[in-house]
Ligand binder design. Sequence first.
Ligand SMILES: C[S@@+](CC[C@H](N)C(=O)[O-])C[C@H]1O[C@@H](n2cnc3c(N)ncnc32)[C@H](O)[C@@H]1O
Length: 219
Amino acid sequence: MTNFYGRKIPRGADKEEIKQLFNCSYFFHKDKKIDLRRNLLSFSRLNLEIGFGSGENLINSAQEMSEEIFIGCDPYLRGSLLLRKKIESMNIKNVILTNLSFLELFEYIKDIYFKKILILFPDPWPKKRHLKRRLINKNFLTLLDQISNQQTDIIISTDNVDYQNQILYLFYLDKNFIPSTEIFGKKLFNYFGLKETKYYQKAKKSKNKSYFFLFNKRN
Ligand SMILES: C[S@@+](CC[C@H](N)C(=O)[O-])C[C@H]1O[C@@H](n2cnc3c(N)ncnc32)[C@H](O)[C@@H]1O
């Protein structure tokens, strides 16, 4: 599986702010000497958002469900830097941010089962020569299989028709998962109380249709 393509540090980012972020108790990075697994497992309901971007949905969910833990991974630091002030001013205690890519984070979370796994508007990489960079591929599903059980809701959205087809086809081929034929689209968005993310808003502005899917583990 591919790891991460793109910028990690925003242009003009303040080095002191990055240092402060790396010292925050809720920010996990490779050199952090904390037991992430143990920390996560002290909660009975765990949620993971892969590529949380600016974190609109992640923070809103953490605020609404204070008894659950929400971990978000995104190697691009812009979102984490923005969220630091929010997390502190709102005194949010049930969120963990990390700059690890999903593949890197996977080493810490394998065999932990999440209640919800969200991948909202993953980078579509529309150019043919970049298709291999897409996060959701056959191997990604193999990893998802190891962090989900029959109770896990896997929520994926995209506004790219080709990526949508690829996602549906991959899940169709992978016999471990089944798409929900009842909860999808706008109904899914409301059912899970999702918050509009930056890329959902961008899609709306460009009048692109956004697709929301729910996948569950087969019994
Ligand atoms: C198009 S943005 C969507 C952000 C947000 N979910 C939204 O809907 O506004 C995709 C995000 O995925 C992140 N990303 C890309 N590859 C990733 C990976 N391998 N692991 C975790 N995050 C990744 C990018 O840094 C970027 O912030």
